[in-house]
Design a protein around this ligand. Structure first.
Ligand code: PRP
Length: 177
């Protein structure tokens, strides 16, 4: 494996913290008196979800799914499959999906369809970041933190080739494409 270029900071940890706090405030207001299930989309969402739930003033149930949409490197293959499905029923439940980034939208389109078939009472999407310049499938992001430019994003859970998930800031790396 070759060397990776040095990531440059796009959003600092302080800017991320502010975005997470703002999102949590909205979610606290909207889900007051409800008992939602938060479903994190592995792997990338694990850092964001860990921070987000610690800002919630209710105690959410937490589940995880894992969808696979990328090969190695930076290009989406355009195919999605569920590689770790839900282990708990969500019929009649308020469901909030938590993801780290919406890029082409294919993962979320597929995943939301998968979850909708399980007949939740409500189904919403919270994504820390959005890269609208790459969208191939229309997606409504009910709770959005930060919009990112058309650069390769890493850090705060997001990888490049399984690297850089541990960076505390949201960064970009210069790539050929
Ligand atoms: C990333 C991210 C989203 C998806 C977005 O996950 O977490 O789920 O890609 O891309 P899309 O909008 O083009 O579908 P990835 O498949 O890279 O897996 P990972 O979270 O395990 O790194």
């Amino acid at each position: 494996m070759g060397s990776h270029p040095k990531p440059q900071i796009l959003f600092s940890r302080e800017e991320i913290e502010a975005a997470v706090t703002t999102l949590a405030t909205k979610i606290n207001n909207d889900y007051r008196g409800k008992n939602p299930i938060l479903i994190g989309v592995l792997k990338g969402a694990f850092v964001f979800m860990a921070d987000l739930i610690r800002h919630l003033d209710f105690s959410p149930e937490v589940e995880f799914v894992r969808a696979s949409s990328y090969g190695r490197g930076t290009e989406s293959l355009g195919k999605v499959k569920i590689v770790h499905g839900l282990r708990s029923p969500i019929e009649g439940r308020d469901v909030l999906v938590i993801d780290d980034i919406v890029d082409t939208g294919r993962t979320q389109a597929y995943l939301l369809d998968y979850l909708r078939k399980k007949r939740p009472a409500s189904l919403k999407l919270c994504s820390l970041t959005d890269k609208p310049s790459r969208r191939k499938v229309p997606i409504t992001i009910d709770y959005l933190g930060l919009t990112v430019p058309n650069k390769f994003i890493v850090g705060y859970g997001i990888d490049w080739d399984e690297k850089f998930r541990n960076l505390p800031d949201i960064c970009f790396v210069e790539t050929e494409d």
